[in-house]
Design a protein around this ligand. Structure first.
Ligand SMILES: Nc1nc2c(c(=O)[nH]1)N[C@H]1C(S)=C(S)[C@@H](COP(=O)(O)O)O[C@H]1N2
Ligand SMILES: [Mo]
Length: 201
């Protein structure tokens, strides 16, 4: 007698438990972006925190890269359905960034803004308490430009479109303001475990 549903499974059960619904495991590292890599010069690179239109603080590359660095190890999940296990990232947590700026978050939402004019919205609470960072290293090496180096937002508990590559700043907003993909039908929050891919999910 054939036990339907188990025949042809090519993954061990522990893999299935780590995969959010609808995802498959990949070993490579796909590259997804809306256009070509922006040209970035570390000598002139700046990262800026803003409250609405008002700049709060900005950092040069050397200043940002000398802030306390934290390592994160774990799995990432893309809305296009690939997941990648056991990735290692180092960077500056948003907690440490706010400490350096000597502020607490002035609002409950923000927009991550990138050098390719990509934006994405994230609730501030999702970036605090070590849940997110400005990543500057992948697998111990500077992040390759194809994966958003020199610095990308990294929010691993949300779908990977929230992890804005080539990050140039974070803008606090008073309301939850849709970013590039959120304006085009993607979910405002994007929790992979609740399969929040598109508006209405
Ligand atoms: N600046 C910027 N960040 C971006 C994107 C982009 O087009 N521009 N694409 C997003 C999407 S849809 C995904 S799935 C991930 C892909 O990251 P990766 O190319 O490192 O796998 O980057 C996200 N961050
Ligand atoms: Mo994506």
């Amino acid at each position: 007698m054939v036990t339907r549903g188990f025949v042809g499974r090519r993954q061990p059960p522990e893999t299935g438990a780590r995969l959010p619904p609808g995802q498959y495991l990949t070993q490579d590292f796909p590259i997804l972006q809306i256009g070509p890599n922006p040209v970035i010069d570390l000598a002139t690179w700046r990262f800026t925190l803003r409250e609405g239109a008002r700049p709060i603080k900005s950092w040069s590359w050397e200043e940002l890269d000398s802030l306390p660095r934290t390592r994160w190890h774990g799995d990432i999940h893309c809305v296009t359905k690939w997941s990648k296990f056991d990735t290692d990232w180092d960077g500056v947590t948003i907690d440490d960034l706010l400490v350096d700026a000597n502020i607490s978050a002035p609002s409950a939402y923000l927009l991550a803004e990138s050098f390719d004019d990509y934006t994405t919205n994230v609730p501030v609470a999702d970036l605090l308490n070590g849940r997110a960072m400005i990543a500057t290293r992948y697998a111990g090496e500077p992040i390759h430009a194809d994966h958003g180096g020199p610095a990308r937002l990294f929010v691993p508990h949300l779908y990977f479109w929230k992890s804005a590559k080539w990050l140039k700043g974070l803008r606090f907003t008073t309301t939850d303001t849709a970013g590039y993909w959120e304006l085009r039908g993607y979910h405002m929050y994007g929790d992979p475990w609740r399969e929040q891919r598109y508006i209405g999910d």
